[in-house]
Design a protein around this ligand. Sequence first.
Ligand SMILES: [Zn+2]
Length: 229
Amino acid sequence: MSRMSAPAVAIAHTRRAFAFLLDLLYPPRCGGCDRYGEGWWCCACNARTHWLSTRESQVALALPSGESLVVISAATFAPPLREGIHRFKYESQPQLAEAFAAPMSTIWRAGGLSADVIVPVPLHAARLRERGFNQSAMLARHVSAAVGIPVAASALRRIRPTQQQAHLDATARKENVRDAFAALPALVAGRAIMLVDDVFTTGATLMECANVLLRAGARSVSALTLARA
Ligand SMILES: [Zn+2]
């Protein structure tokens, strides 16, 4: 076990005290059913979530390059998780990230796919300012802590604003994200990348990101999402 320096211990204590105060002021409320007292994702909502088995969790998408993109998902995009993800992203409940990242880490480890670095699907700067946080980056940070693989948050950038994919059909989604991303070759060349996103629907965003990463020299690209529609 590594020994913490005195300032690091002081910071850790302050963080814990701060978290305790926050819990008193704003007690954790379940992101699925609003119940207080059982953390950010309660037992009842957890039991109602359709978690995928290791066998069900992986889907392979064919990329234009002929390579395949394996997408691992922890659950089906259905109530109450659908509501939970909505709150996580749009109603300022970033605390749900930790609860949601835990099953993502578990299903990734169970599937046995390796990676050198984790890359969250980026938001455009304007969207990031509006929301205040990138939900995929938050999930990626917690997954990284659990699996011990580093995050390269700046490996991928969204270089133009795009519409919300949720309201578009499959063809429009592909068009919407075309040429929307740029990768930093220095951070991805020769590496096996695990992309992280919250929801996988048609895979248009993940496939566009994978193409860009492979063109920048990534050795391989897989993806991990919380939910699959
Ligand atoms: Zn609940």
